[in-house]
Design a protein around this ligand. Structure first.
Ligand code: BG6
Length: 369
């Protein structure tokens, strides 16, 4: 069933464009998001939500962290992301106006399931973002928005991750539309950008060979750091998780803005650091802040691999390698920037002769607490 691919993971990365396209398909009408699964909760209920709590494990939690930025921005509701296992052991504050959004590829992860049940029993509304039709978590939830990434076989999640981000964006847009925090014009503009993501993902997949070379010379690397800011931060965490899971090397993701509050002490000559560079077109000047971070670590001998948009020349003097991603506005960068990191985890594992689809000690779906 790998259909000519070297691994399920390779096949599933190649399916990232379709995973996003199919998750959006049929959910846009007249340029606006139309999620009957969500609107069925009732306009009054949706307008009354005063807090969104996203609960998930692993990669799904990082997708949730990306979604947090978008939902807050578009629907103007405070959003927290919590690892599912932390949730029910500390009497979280919940009310009928809390929307608890679980994210799970399998829909069977025990930690997430128990958190959803707990939230529901205590009167919160529960919405499941899930990739598996009829799984337990969606059955235990008040509403479900399915991701349509198709079955994911490799233990390390890839295409489900981008589909989960797309689903949180659809949710954020739907909430923004219902609550009036987005004008129709704003919503239409964002929907159009979301619809362009699959094509941009096809372009982003073109970095595969380049990453393979990079992974080849790095097969003996013992530690890799990832830096990102804003929506790039969860992408950095995801890049690091993939290296731990697949290549069994020590990897950490850091918020770039935290660099001087600790992580910079780790930088010594030769330390490999991937940096997610925000677009220079971003009006908040996050780009120049991250470029300064690159200068700081470069001055201490780091080997910098920058992931930056096409045409961003500011990174060239400071980066050892620049991996290009297609142009997109800030919220739409994570789905593109994660592609080289998914490839990198896979290729580094392959370069080390490891089993890419079945890493040691891990299970695709963890159905015990
Ligand atoms: C882990 C998997 O055990 O479970 C990860 O190895 C995954 O890849 C996590 O992200 C959560 O799984 P699910 O099915 O709830 O998304």
């Amino acid at each position: 069933e790998k259909g000519g691919w070297s691994s399920f993971m390779a096949k599933e990365i190649s399916e990232e464009p379709e995973a996003v396209a199919k998750t959006i398909l049929g959910r846009v009408h007249d340029g606006l998001v139309d999620l009957p699964e969500v609107t069925a909760l009732g306009a009054e209920v949706l307008r009354g939500i005063d807090r969104v709590l996203i609960i998930a494990c692993g990669t799904a939690a990082y997708a949730g962290m990306v979604g947090k930025y978008a939902i807050e921005q578009w629907a103007r509701i405070p959003v927290d992301v919590e690892l599912a296992h932390e949730f029910r052991y500390r009497e979280p504050v919940l009310s009928p106006n809390t929307l608890v959004v679980s994210i799970s590829q399998s829909g069977e992860t025990m930690d997430t399931l128990m958190a959803v049940k707990y939230a529901r029993e205590r009167g919160a509304r529960t919405l499941s973002i899930c990739n598996t039709q009829g799984a337990t978590i969606p059955r235990e939830s008040d509403a479900v928005v399915y991701t349509h990434a198709g079955p994911e076989v490799a233990v390390a999640s890839t295409k489900a991750f981008v589909a989960q981000i797309a689903a949180t964006y659809l949710l954020g847009l739907q909430l923004g539309q219902v609550r009036g925090t987005l004008s129709d014009d704003e919503a239409r503009g964002l929907v159009a950008e979301l619809q362009e993501v699959p094509e941009k993902l096809r372009t982003a997949l073109g970095v595969g060979e380049r990453i393979k070379d990079l992974a080849h010379w790095m097969a003996n690397t013992r530690s890799v750091l990832f830096l990102g800011r804003h929506v790039g931060y969860p992408v950095a965490l995801e890049g690091a998780l993939k290296l731990k899971e697949l290549a069994y090397i020590h990897a950490e993701g850091f918020a770039a803005g935290e660099l001087k509050h600790g992580p910079i002490a780790l930088i010594e000559p030769g330390q490999v650091v991937f940096v997610l560079v925000p677009s220079p077109r971003d009006p908040r000047s996050l780009h120049s802040k991250v470029v300064s971070n690159i200068q700081e670590i470069r001055a201490r001998g780091a080997r910098v691999i920058a992931i930056a948009e096409q045409g961003d020349a500011a990174v060239l003097p400071y980066a050892d390698e620049v991996i290009r991603i297609p142009l997109a506005s800030p919220f739409f960068e994570p789905m593109l920037a994660v592609v080289p990191l998914h490839y990198f985890g896979m290729e580094l594992a392959a370069a080390k002769g490891l089993d890419v689809d079945q890493p040691r000690n891990l299970a695709k779906s963890v159905t015990v607490e």
